[in-house]
Design a protein around this ligand. Structure first.
Ligand code: BGC
Length: 349
């Protein structure tokens, strides 16, 4: 039985039993109203990978506020990049009997069992931004990650990379998004005769590994025209390392997330582009879905499709990412209120 319905039944039963006890007459007057108030609070458990990357703090703040506006409470957990810790946190939320669990997984392949435990306890599970493979999820909500890679690739081609050479410095190989982004990117490279000189990954999205790569592979880097970076945090480290080699602004660099520093680098000319993912839309829509699922209702809406995660066909809400270059910075990032103009152009006279 769904947890939320079970909770309502327990509360009704308790109210009925109390009504039978002499001296509890007051409950007859207030019992219904107070009972309703109690059951209307949905408890959402939300598990994050970590808050090291700028965007996740925004995801958390918007999600928590949106949930609050819908009458729900959010119990936020962060595993600081530790997979075992994330499993423990999910277990804790199951024991706490929350109404729904929302997960930004660290390892897309290691949570099927935790999700099964939650489902066993009647708790629906949402995979937020990153897919959890082979798990019986109630929803996967994310941006079109393959398109993120396509946008990175197209920007490089627009900037003249056709027939040139690129290095790929991707994010955590345990994050399902990483291969999707790279698939989208390499397809554009193949279509345009770009040679991929090397592909490397930064375990746990540790950005320092990206600059280390640039220092340790100075000759290869000197030979390339472009470096595709999995996100803006990696791009920041790469641009700093390129600057030491007098190559910043000469090698085309991409990222994603529209982090403030990346937007600054774009208008200053050391990063070619980023991919803006309207996190506000993601967090608000996810909060709405979490509340629906927490109440025991299915997720509904024209934007709900489906996707396979290996073992299951999962309801999928797919959101559109936006390419951001120097040309459309003002319209895409500043116009949407994501960053302030004075912050983005702080170093530009
Ligand atoms: C997200 C990116 C983020 C990265 C590192 C990916 O799964 O899609 O937006 O930068 O994780 O946290």
């Amino acid at each position: 039985m769904h947890k939320f319905i079970r909770k309502i039944m327990c509360l009704l039963l308790a109210a009925m039993m109390l009504a039978l006890v002499p001296g509890c007459g007051a409950l007859e007057e207030t019992g219904d109203a107070s009972g309703e108030e109690e059951v209307s609070t949905i408890e959402i458990g939300m598990c994050f990978d970590s808050f090291v990357i700028e965007r996740w703090q925004r995801d958390r703040d918007i999600f928590v506020q949106a949930a609050k506006d819908l009458g729900a409470e959010v119990n936020v957990q962060s595993a600081n990049g530790d997979i075992e810790e994330q499993k423990k946190q999910i277990k804790y939320l199951i024991q706490k009997k929350v109404d729904v669990i929302v997960i930004v997984c660290i390892d897309s392949d290691s949570l099927a069992e935790s999700v099964a435990d939650a489902k066993e306890a009647g708790i629906p599970v949402i995979a937020y931004d990153r897919m959890i493979n082979n798990a019986d999820l109630d929803l996967y909500i994310s941006f079109d990650n393959e398109k993120v890679g396509t946008l990175m690739g197209e920007s490089m081609i627009d900037a003249g990379l056709a027939g040139g050479k690129v290095i790929i410095i991707g994010g955590s190989p345990k994050d399902n998004n990483v291969s999707l982004v790279e698939n989208g990117f390499t397809a554009v490279m193949e279509e345009n005769g770009v040679e991929v000189l090397d592909t490397t990954h930064c375990d746990g999205w540790r950005a320092e590994l990206a600059s280390e790569y640039v220092y340790e592979n100075a000759d290869l880097v000197a030979d390339c025209d472009a470096i595709m970076c999995g996100n803006d945090s990696l791009a920041g480290q790469v641009v700093s390392a390129l600057a030491v080699q007098m190559l910043a602004g000469k090698v085309l660099v991409t990222g994603q997330d529209a982090d403030l520093e990346a937007c600054q680098r774009i208008v200053e000319g050391t990063q070619l582009m980023t991919v803006y993912k309207p996190v506000e839309t993601l967090a608000r829509r996810a909060a709405m879905c979490a509340v629906q699922l927490g109440k025991g209702d299915p997720v509904t809406g024209d934007d709900v499709g489906s996707i396979s995660n290996g073992a299951y066909s999962v309801p999928y809400v797919r959101l559109e990412p936006v390419k951001v270059t120097r040309e459309n910075m003002d319209e895409a990032v500043i116009g949407s209120g994501f960053h302030m103009k004075e912050d983005v152009y702080i170093n530009v006279k």
